[in-house]
Design a protein around this ligand. Structure first.
Ligand code: OGA
Ligand code: NI
Length: 363
């Protein structure tokens, strides 16, 4: 995977732009000005439809989660059990990181063939224009990079990250069983255990206030290569989800709530019943927006395929088995066409895949 990503970067040199300090820019540079055919903010419609909000203490939570997954592929959760002060500490830690001078942040820059560290959105290489955002990816321990950012005072940052990952892991496992449980799937039907060797990532995203938000893109339309993603967005709107027939729908920030979305691997496990939702992030003129995504996946070498409980002769498996690491390689190469590249050719018995994004213009 790493080599392919590195090749993709080499094919789209962006060395100079990589060092742009967005916060200091008074005008939108041409390199960041999106045209409508690239999927700029002016593309698509806004809709009055609302992404479901689910109280996890509701006795019907499993049913509600299942319905949200089938119809939207994204929902918000309240009463999720993650302490509010941890969310606030996480946000403060992220703000502190992105507030550092650019030269300092670059000391923890992501290596060209690496995944962890500071840099532009990884999907940038698939688009002709750059995004109005900066990111920090944490896989495994944050110590190595944190020490470069704050040589003498890194332990507080690391403690917050570790605490946050721990809480998110618990919540992610709970959510996965709610999502699968509503399809009648039990722990016995899934051979692997979420606690075994999976290596989830934490993605911190920063979207500085932008002088020309209507022509800028925070994070271009994509699906996540995960089982599920849990996103904490601070009180600034920006996240949009795409729904067939409704277009782009803003997912409004609700204090203390978390956004949960279905990723490509859960789409495969559910044999297409749950759409892996296409989403993107917009920017605004006055506020610095921060978000923290917890990317949850299976152990990296376990074969993921449509669950046998969900397939029969009328509903044949729509996808071939694929491991998380293999899928990440496919995604790095084919981006939004990755799902269709692992799709099997099955005659359509009026059976529609909820996830065919090949017709959606994403740039
Ligand atoms: C992501 C993502 C959305 C946001 O990090 O994968 O979709 O609002 N982020 O930052
Ligand atoms: Ni995403």
């Amino acid at each position: 995977m790493h080599t392919r990503v590195a090749d993709a970067f080499k094919a789209h040199p962006m060395v100079n732009q990589k060092h742009l300090d967005l916060k200091s820019m008074k005008e939108l540079p041409e390199s960041h000005a999106w045209l409508s055919q690239d999927g700029s903010p002016s593309y698509g419609s806004s809709s009055s439809e609302q992404v479901p909000v689910i109280n996890l203490k509701d006795p019907n939570a499993m049913k509600l989660v299942g319905h949200a997954c089938k119809t939207w592929g994204v929902f918000q959760v309240t009463n999720h059990g993650v302490p509010t002060n941890l969310l606030e500490e996480m946000e403060a830690a992220g703000r502190k990181l992105f507030a550092l001078p650019i030269q300092q942040k670059l000391k923890a820059a992501r290596a060209p063939d690496g995944v962890s560290g500071y840099g532009v959105a990884r999907i940038s290489s698939f688009f002709p224009k750059l995004m109005w955002s900066e990111g920090f990816t944490i896989i495994g321990s944050p110590y190595e990079h944190a020490r470069k950012l704050w040589p003498n005072r890194y332990s507080r940052f690391c403690d917050v990250i570790e605490g946050y990952k721990h809480e998110m892991n618990n919540l992610a496992q709970r959510l996965m069983w709610l999502m699968l449980g509503s399809l009648g799937v039990t722990t016995e039907d899934v051979k692997w255990d979420g606690s075994q060797g999976s290596c989830p990532a934490l993605q911190l995203n920063s979207y500085p206030a932008c002088p020309d938000p209507d022509r800028a893109m925070g994070l271009a339309a994509h699906t996540d290569s995960t089982l599920l993603t849990i996103l904490y967005q601070n009180n600034t709107s920006g996240l949009q989800a795409h729904r067939e027939g409704a277009g782009w729908v803003t997912v409004p920030p609700i204090p203390g709530a978390l956004v949960v979305n279905v990723g490509d691997l859960l789409h495969i496990l559910s044999n297409g019943l749950y759409p892996s939702v296409l989403h993107r992030a917009m920017v605004n003129r006055t506020q610095h927006r921060l978000s923290v995504a917890y990317l949850y996946g299976p152990p990296s070498n376990v074969q993921i395929s449509p669950l046998s409980k969900l397939t029969d002769h009328v509903h044949p498996p729509l996808y071939r088995p694929v491991t998380w690491s293999e899928y990440l390689g496919t995604k790095a190469k084919h981006f939004n066409k990755a799902l269709s590249s692992v799709r099997l050719c099955v005659p359509l018995n009026g059976f529609v895949d909820a996830n065919d994004h090949s017709g959606v213009p994403v740039g």
